[in-house]
Design a protein around this ligand. Structure first.
Ligand code: ZN
Ligand code: ZN
Ligand code: ZN
Length: 144
């Protein structure tokens, strides 16, 4: 889907900032931080507009936020199609403590937790920390 089609699907007006952020996230293999998004769009967009746009895209389910800790917050696209809006984000995220890479592990689902009676789930985020494949291979050869 093109950025225009994605905004249409979520009933959003097609502002230049929205289009630019969606397009940039489409070409990024990894989730991006607000700073990275802002830098990528350079001086043509002010920080407040970028911040507000990210909020709007999140509220409407175009993107999702991944919070590793108070300093590491990144955003990734939801992969919506006309048939399927995947806003549940039931996939696990992986954060590499060595190189700082954060990934959406789309193939790894969050387990359905059985909550105590009377508890109501609103959202559930799972971030696994450890070594990514490259770093894990590297640490093995270094230790050998
Ligand atoms: Zn959607
Ligand atoms: Zn790594
Ligand atoms: Zn994700």
């Amino acid at each position: 889907m093109t950025p225009t089609e994605i905004l249409t699907l979520h009933h959003l007006r097609k502002t230049p900032t929205r289009l630019a952020i969606v397009q940039y996230l489409q070409t990024s293999p990894l989730p991006q931080s607000e700073n990275e998004l802002h830098q990528k769009m350079q001086a043509s967009y002010d920080r407040i507009t970028v911040y507000r746009t990210i909020q709007t895209l999140m509220e409407t389910g175009v993107i999702h936020r991944i919070t590793v800790d108070s300093t590491t917050v990144r955003y990734a696209l939801n992969h919506c199609t006309v048939q399927l809006h995947e806003h549940d984000n039931n996939h696990v995220h992986f954060y590499c403590t060595n190189c700082g890479k954060l990934e959406c592990l789309k193939g790894v689902s969050i387990q359905p937790y059985q909550l105590p009676e009377g508890y109501r789930k609103e959202e559930c985020h799972v971030v696994i920390k450890g070594l990514c494949k490259q770093c894990s291979i590297k640490s093995q050869t270094e230790n050998a």
